[in-house]
Design a protein around this ligand. Structure first.
Ligand SMILES: Cc1ncc(COP(=O)(O)O)c(C=O)c1O
Length: 405
């Protein structure tokens, strides 16, 4: 397989982009779906913001460096990656907080309906935010398995909330079909794009989605805890209301009025003062992904994951695949089930192959195509085969659970 990998790498049009990222020596990084690698341009940009814009220019930078427009500016670069118009997206807060804002906003747009429908096993924040609104008496949470979602859409449902690429299995929803089904039932549609944005093409407006959120620190490479983004379809922008009515979402924040009046556009999604250093770092990551192009990234990610599977077969590894075997039906990841998944993951990390573990028994490998090579796939598969064959994952040091897995 190393020979085959060399041929594939030689023909890979994205290969030069690896040098635009810090990929540590001796590490095969299969966790870019959790925390993306550092773009080489980020430290200088952050240094400039910190030393120049903050240290030297101080508060003038809100105007002179355009800090006040940064949420919208970063949002407008994310927009084409997700099939949105620039004025429909802003970068702010966390995905969890944006979920809260948009679930509540959707409920307000559907008076008389209280049900928010999702699937069991969706990402915890998605489910907990519905539950939080339920505790406030504002929502009723309904969960239905993915094959039964359409049947669960009735006249009580205000909102269907789904994660486009499932965080554990990588399974993709048919965005167009589910959005249509939600609308046919009179409900609105909110997509969590955390594991899709920057990895595969998304067409929110082509599917007539109403709302979306997503993370900045995964395939967008914005850094740990990077700001998230929120999308509101243009047709809802005028009337939508979100409950975290902080001053930055006001139509005239610097009028300091006692009464809240929402900004007319996507700025109404803002709450407090934007985190400028985080936004500046995110901007670098998003610009780089936009430059490479999401179509090219997706094409390579499918090839990478299929090549990884071939390498595993060749090495005699027979693991239960929990991701769809058809690359067109999954995001940029492969997940396998094994009862010793945690220890196997630790044994791989000790060898420099960084994937992750998801409770209770999932071994998850993300394929960030901007900086991974086919040689990485061949090497990672060889390490996995050796870890399984040798039984080295049974060593005591690999059993103890860390706080963050
Ligand atoms: C699908 C999905 N939704 C939401 C979140 C929560 O994001 P945050 O912790 O930034 O609020 C995550 C985090 O990994 C996620 O994977």
């Amino acid at each position: 397989m190393p020979e085959r990998a060399a041929i594939l790498d030689a023909g890979d049009p994205l290969a030069p982009y690896r040098d635009r990222f810090e990929v540590p020596q001796g590490v095969i990084y299969l966790d870019g779906n959790s925390l993306g690698c550092l773009p080489r341009a980020t430290p200088a940009r952050v240094e400039d913001v910190v030393r120049g814009e903050w240290g030297r220019d101080l508060i003038r930078s809100w105007n002179s460096a355009g800090w006040i427009d940064l949420p919208r500016r970063v949002g407008s670069i994310i927009a084409p990656l997700i099939g949105a118009q620039p004025h429909e997206v802003t970068a702010c807060d966390t995905t969890s907080v944006n979920l809260f804002k948009l679930i509540a906003a959707a409920l307000a747009l559907r008076p008389g309906r209280k049900v928010v429908l999702s699937e069991p096993g969706n990402f915890p924040s998605d489910l907990y935010m519905i539950a939080g609104l339920e505790r406030q008496g504002l929502a009723t949470r309904r969960l239905a398995a993915r094959d039964h979602l359409k049947d669960a859409l009735d006249a009580d449902v205000a909102l269907l909330l789904l994660t486009h690429t499932h965080y554990k299995t990588g399974a993709l929803f048919d965005m167009a079909a589910l959005t249509r089904a939600a609308h046919e039932a009179g409900a609105l549609m909110l997509w969590d794009l955390s594991h899709s944005v920057g990895a595969l093409p998304v067409d929110l407006n082509g599917c007539e989605a109403d709302f979306a959120v997503g993370c900045g620190y995964k395939y967008l490479n914005g850094g740990p805890g990077a700001p998230a983004f929120a999308f509101v379809a243009d047709r809802h922008l005028a009337e939508v209301e979100q409950p975290l009515t902080g001053w930055m979402g006001h139509a005239s924040p610097f009028a300091f009025s006692d009464d809240y009046a929402a900004a007319p556009g996507i700025e109404k999604l803002l709450c407090g003062t934007p985190g400028i250093i985080g936004l500046a770092a995110l901007e670098v990551g998003v610009e780089l992904i936009a430059e490479i192009g999401v179509e090219a990234l997706y094409a390579k990610s499918q090839k990478l994951s299929e090549f990884f599977r071939q390498c595993l077969v060749e090495a005699g590894v027979d693991l239960e695949l929990v991701s769809p075997s058809d690359p067109a039906r999954r995001g940029s990841q492969l997940s396998f089930r094994h009862r010793h998944a945690y220890a196997i993951c630790q044994a791989l990390i000790a060898r420099g192959v960084i994937g992750d573990f998801r409770d209770p028994d999932i071994l998850r490998f993300g394929f960030a195509p901007a900086y991974l090579s086919f040689a990485d796939m061949a090497d990672a598969a060889r390490h996995l085969a050796e870890v399984l064959e040798s039984g080295e994952y049974e060593r005591e040091e690999f059993q103890e659970r860390a706080a963050v897995t």
